[in-house]
Design a protein around this ligand. Structure first.
Ligand SMILES: [Zn+2]
Ligand SMILES: [Zn+2]
Length: 141
């Protein structure tokens, strides 16, 4: 995975009133480079070489989620996973596919919500929904 820490990341943080710190930059760059949502533990594995403690990384994930740069999702296994809402990663509301054998999680194409088709629940119109699809992934089938 090609992780880039460019000026756009600094800009994204500053635009939301966040101080630019090495840990924040690294976490955001990692999530933007990833094509699947990552758990706190996975973020820790990827960034292990930096030596930040797990609490620091968790705090950064939560802070990035609070300002909307990162979205938290629970694909049904009660583990929070984090994914970037801009830059590389699909920004829209999209379903997640979870493999019932190995537990891997993939992002599926964006769910276009066609409001013209009758009345939708408000949560759906405001894109405050999560869609989970379960099955067996290519590696396991
Ligand atoms: Zn699998
Ligand atoms: Zn996703």
């Amino acid at each position: 995975m090609a992780v880039k820490q460019g000026d756009d990341l600094r800009e994204a943080l500053r635009a939301r009133g966040m101080r630019v710190t090495p840990a924040r930059l690294a976490v955001l760059a990692l999530l933007r480079a990833s094509d699947q949502p990552l758990s706190h533990a996975e973020v820790g594995d990827y960034l292990a070489a930096h030596g930040w403690d797990p609490a620091t990384l968790y705090r950064n994930l939560i802070e990035l989620a609070e300002v909307g740069l990162v979205r938290r999702t629970d694909v049904g296994d009660h583990v929070w996973r984090f994914e970037a809402t801009q830059g590389g990663h699909d920004p829209g509301v999209h379903p997640h596919f979870t493999c019932t054998v190995c537990g891997s999680v993939e992002c599926l194409p964006v769910l276009e919500l066609v409001a013209a088709r009758g009345k939708l629940p408000r949560a759906l119109r405001q894109k405050q929904v999560e869609v989970h699809v379960r099955g067996v992934c290519d590696q396991c089938s």
